[in-house]
Design a protein around this ligand. Sequence first.
Ligand code: 5GP
Length: 112
Amino acid sequence: MTLFEKIVARQIPAQIVYEDDLVLAFRDINPQAPTHALIVPKKAIPRIAEASSEDHALLGHLLLKAAEVAAKVGLNENGYRLVINNGRDGGESVPHLHCHILGGRALEWPPG
Ligand code: 5GP
């Protein structure tokens, strides 16, 4: 079971901000911005590179819900960033697909 499957199963506690049949969103344990949440599919796709065409609707749902969660946690007015890290150079540390929702300060570009 991945770390995020354990959060989905409530085996590990998290500050949950949104849940439906397909996705779960919760606060990041080590926030990199004043507001930092993660949204994950309940299905354990390891990373975006390993998603397949059967995940088409799920990935669309994940992104639409990421925007809804961003609004719910107060980021709509000033904006926010959605980030998906893939693989070693992308900075992925948990092998369960997740989209970061970051905001509450002006974020730099390009990322480090
Ligand atoms: P990645 O580096 O794979 O893109 O992002 C993984 C994220 O998961 C990191 O931002 C990290 O802080 C977060 N994270 C790791 N373990 C936990 C945990 O047990 N609970 C929560 N809420 N977030 C976690």
